[in-house]
Design a protein around this ligand. Structure first.
Ligand code: MSP
Length: 499
């Protein structure tokens, strides 16, 4: 089965931060899990590089826009790689292949009578690149809710408009026919209420912005940056792999993003696709926003957590694990260095790292490094985990996995293999065999379950228990480790960190 999923493409007007890392890691967990199930996956991420904001940031840096985009986009790509993101393509909206297809798409809309010429005047936030109604701004002063230090400016110009209002009935049909079109449910309701409450047509071009893709029939105007950006989800399939894979991967299975851009993805995007005659996406998952120490991360407050620094200190797996464990998926949450160290030491190093280390050390010591014959005495969790992941509940799935980690630690304490090892009575020898088999096999299955979350550590665990590379989801059940497999004690998986 094909499964295509995306992250938002990130603006290059500032450096990548933990928020970007979060969405990419979350989407990567799903991509890896679907590959484990032997599905044909296309996972897309990238950078959004046009528009007034980027042009302004480039000017502030004293650079040409394209050179500036090259520099910052490379930072985003480096972050994705440092986090072990397994994306299949990293798109840039300045790719000529993308730009040409954006023009083709808007020409198609025009030819279908889906764009009209009009004048627009409105309050425009240059940071969001979005026109807002007065009600949506902080009064007095028309300050932007997302950029509280920026006042929306009155902008009037001739634009090409997309008749979004005309698409409201079709949008409502789409929502009513797919109760899971937007998840979680509260976000579905939010989007549906916006549609039912009445939409306004959207200006799809800009006369005032020169850093963008020219409107093909009126090159003095550029295509609205959001139209250009949303289209990445389509154009990437057409050229990203060097061949057109739309017949396999369209429509997109899942767009992952935070709540700030729900309106664009849940309303404008499906409408513009339907207007062009394309199928809308199958679904959206909208996660929350996080803060640090209860406040928005900001350089002045000194509570910024730099994802590169976390990876340098503790490794990509620590960052991946922490973000999906600490922040309740779908809700807002809070992240701190302190919390990160606590999870790292308490859960990764102690619960999991020590378990692997003890299990392998005992097999080396008591059974010459060979997995004895036995049956796994613990209860599997793979069905619960799969269920959670099917519902895109990323923290829920991880919690299910952790119940098995904890159960295995209790099992070692109860069985006391070090006591059994002192006895030569046949029953004790058999019981030790079963205990050691259970430990090695469960640690193996845990690695399969954890592979989407902490891929590098999972690979080390599988090597240590003599089952390298066996990450297929079928291997998540218990009792599959072949007796006789060769076990060795790995280097500490999560070494103590300097604080
Ligand atoms: N360029 C647009 C998206 C175009 S998609 C066709 C954009 N870029 S952005 O750089 O601002 O990224 C926004 C996204 O980054 C959010 O939707 C979310 O995925 C992620 N996050 C940014 N800050 C975040 C937090 N503080 N918390 C959680 N996610 C955050 O919007």
């Amino acid at each position: 089965m094909p499964f295509s999923l995306t992250t938002p493409i990130y603006y290059v007007n500032s450096d990548p931060h933990l928020g970007h890392a979060y969405t990419t890691v979350a989407a990567d967990v799903l991509a890896r899990h679907h590959r484990q199930r032997d599905e044909d996956v296309f996972f897309l991420t990238g950078t959004d590089e046009h528009g007034a904001n980027v042009a302004r940031a480039a000017a502030e840096a004293g650079m040409e826009p394209k050179a500036f985009c090259d520099l910052v986009s490379a930072r985003f790509r480096a972050l994705a790689e440092a986090m072990e993101s397994s994306h299949d393509f990293f798109i840039r909206t300045t790719d000529p292949e993308h730009e040409a297809r954006v023009q083709t798409f808007v020409q198609l809309l025009k030819d279908k009578g889906e764009l009209y010429d009009g004048t627009y005047g409105g309050l425009y936030c240059t940071s969001c690149e979005v026109f807002y109604a007065e009600d949506d701004l902080i009064q007095p002063g028309n300050y932007c809710k997302l950029h509280p230090n920026r006042q929306a400016e009155w902008v009037e110009e001739r634009n090409w408009f997309f008749p979004l209002t005309r698409w409201a009935p079709r949008l409502l049909e789409l929502y009513d026919a797919n109760p899971e079109f937007v998840r979680p449910r509260a976000r579905y309701n939010e989007a549906r209420t916006l549609i039912a409450g009445g939409l306004e047509d959207v200006s799809f071009s800009r006369a005032t912005v020169s850093w963008g893709v020219p409107v093909p029939w009126e090159p003095e105007q550029t295509i609205y940056v959001w139209v250009d950006a949303l289209l990445n989800y389509r154009t990437a399939l057409e050229y990203g792999l060097g061949r057109d894979v739309t017949s396999t991967f369209w429509p997109t299975s899942l767009h992952v993003m935070a709540k700030d851009i729900l309106r664009l993805h849940g309303i404008i995007w499906p409408a513009m696709l339907m207007a062009a005659g394309y199928d809308p996406p199958q679904g959206l998952y909208v996660h929350g926003y996080f803060t640090s120490g209860g406040q928005k991360m900001s350089k002045t407050l000194g509570n910024v957590i730099d994802p590169f620094e976390v990876i340098d200190q503790l490794g990509a797996d620590a960052l991946r694990f922490y973000l999906l464990r600490e922040v309740q998926w779908g809700q807002d949450g809070d992240v701190t260095w302190d919390g990160l160290h606590r999870r790292y030491e308490g859960e990764l190093a102690n619960d999991l790292g020590n378990l692997v280390s003890r299990a392998t050390a005992m097999i080396v010591r008591y059974r010459d490094g060979r997995v004895p014959d036995g049956e796994n005495a613990l209860k599997p969790v793979h069905e619960e985990v799969a269920e959670r992941l099917n519902a895109i509940d990323l923290t829920g799935a991880l919690e299910e996995i952790w119940t098995l980690v904890r159960a295995t630690n209790r099992f070692v304490e109860e069985r006391q293999p070090w006591v059994l090892a002192k006895s030569e009575a046949e029953a004790d020898v058999r019981r030790l065999d079963e205990t050691l088999y259970t430990l090695a096999d469960t640690v193996r299955a845990l690695a399969v379950l954890l592979h989407p979350y902490i891929p590098a550590s999972a690979a080390k665990i599988l090597e240590a228990v003599g089952d390298p590379g066996a990450i297929s989801w079928e291997r998540a059940r218990l009792g599959l480790l072949a007796p006789g497999s060769e076990v060795r004690q790995p280097e500490p998986l999560f070494p103590r960190a300097e604080r």
